[in-house]
Design a protein around this ligand. Sequence first.
Ligand code: LMR
Length: 344
Amino acid sequence: MSIGARIWRLTLGLVLAFCAACSGSGDTAGSSADAGKLYVIKFPHVTAPGTPKGQTAERFKRLAEERFPGRVRVEIYPSAQLMEDSEAIEALAFGEVQMIAPSLSLFDRLTPKFQVFDLPFLFKDLDAVERFQKSPAGRALLGTLEDHNMLGLQFWHNGMKQLGGPRPLVHPSDAAGLKFRVMESDLLQAEIEAIGGTPQKMAFGEVYQALQTGTVDAQENTWSNIYSSKFYEVQPYITESNHGYIGYFVAVNKPFWESLPADLRTGLEEILAEVTEWGNARAHEINIEDRQKIADSGRSKIITLTPEELAEWQTAMRPVWDKFRDSIGPDLVDAALASSRQAP
Ligand code: LMR
């Protein structure tokens, strides 16, 4: 579906959500008569089952079905087998699926605020991201998309992004002229332009083949995604740049969630909080393990940058801050900077 058609569909969703709220049907709490009913939560996502998102989603399913036998079934569809992320965002707004966890980068048509997570080199590591996500300014972001029927419940980590290419990317000038796959994000597009590359927005499920056939030359992603989706088999060089973050907005369809019986809703939210702590710690380990597996495979050479080389990438990508700071909101950027700089 074209971007124009998607925007139209999401606008329609917004109108429908508004009408539901006006008529009072948008906030019907589940009644005790619903206590014996089986609720089905369809949860599509795009990464492999072994990734941080895949493992955390499976754990959520297991605990939810164990603690609420016969009352909830969580159907997980990994590896984009049901739909890609952009479609999942719409499907959630329309209540066609009940839960999603797309990358925060993919929401820029609905809100500029999540772009704060993509400002290059803002966060040094996952701990810095987590301090911000747990701060009042970070928690407030979970409510940003309620007008679109999307209730944010948690943030899940994947990891820090690395740059993969057909030649060693040691200096930003090495990226000149290369076609880079990026997620569907204007900020990420600007980031690649800032280093002289040509960005190409593309859904996750298409990346492996695009690299293999040369439709794109290069890409940015986490160790976990590079390993589990086998990008390292078709990318001879990976630069350990840690220049950005991939994390997820874990959201549910708001009318569906509010229709759940209160004990079930509270119980599921508690399980989600529990699996988030587990999964976010596990994400860190998975990325370290997958980096090692890539190194051991010998298929891709991992390039470690000197502090001076890293500084060149930081300088080259810095114009992205000037371009997006005002639309994201300077206060939000400052809040992210402040919490990310605090000592752990
Ligand atoms: C990507 O498109 O590269 C990522 O958003 C995939 C993911 O869900 O980690």
